[in-house]
Design a binder for this molecule. Structure first.
Ligand code: AMP
Length: 198
């Protein structure tokens, strides 16, 4: 089972991805976490992306696709992947399709966490106070939201046309959101089993 957690920044993708890792033994692939790790290690890649990330803009498709490719290649025996914060552009989505096909896999489900913009802004100001992430400051966050609308939202029709997109109420509390995701995945697995049996 390979799924994408899709949604604007602060929709709750990271929190839900971690729960899926614990509960379904999936491997989380978060490009945001990978880039932050590169920064903390002081690597040339980390130095290259630092200012772009702090400004709230997207790093290049090439960089994130390379990071994902490396992880996929290293984990071919994994039970499945939960992509978190990737893909974020149409080019990334197409590259992911190509990479998955190379390993005889595909994206099964895209779960879209739907959250009001006002709620996102409230969440982000709380997270900024709690964690102090530079790109959670109000100016950078508005740029991230803009990047989501302009570059990432076009993935909604892309996955919807492939009948892979499922919307979830991301305004509900964390447990309720997890339960909704779980129901979608159970249903998907059930359909797959019935299909295979028939
Ligand atoms: P995130 O933790 O997913 O919100 O990502 C933090 C920042 O890392 C983003 O604002 C971007 O600057 C960068 N980033 C993470 N994932 C991607 C991606 N798939 N494409 C481009 N930039 C990304």
């Amino acid at each position: 089972m390979n799924l994408i957690l899709f949604g604007p920044p602060a929709a709750g993708k990271g929190t839900q991805a971690k729960r899926l890792v614990e509960r379904r033994s999936l491997t989380q692939l978060s490009t945001g976490d990978m880039l932050r790790a590169a920064r903390s290690s002081g690597s040339p890649l980390g130095k290259k992306v630092a200012a772009i990330m702090d400004g709230g803009k997207l790093v290049s498709d090439r960089i994130v696709v390379d990071l994902i490719e490396e992880r996929l290649a290293a984990c071919m025996g994994c039970a499945g992947f939960v992509f978190d914060g990737f893909p974020r552009t149409l080019a990334q989505a197409k590259s992911l399709d190509g990479l998955m096909a190379r390993y005889g896999q595909s994206v099964d489900v895209v779960i879209r966490l739907e959250v009001d913009e006002e709620a996102l802004i409230a969440r982000i100001s709380q997270r900024f106070t709690a964690e102090g992430r530079a790109d959670d400051n109000p100016e950078a966050f508005l740029i991230r939201l803009h990047a989501y609308k302009a570059q990432t939202a076009p993935l909604i029709p892309y996955y919807s046309e492939q009948s892979k997109l499922v919307g979830i109420d991301g305004m509900a509390d964390v447990d309720r959101v997890s339960a909704q995701i779980s129901a979608v995945l159970d249903q998907h697995e059930h359909r797959k089993m019935v299909g295979a049996a028939g």
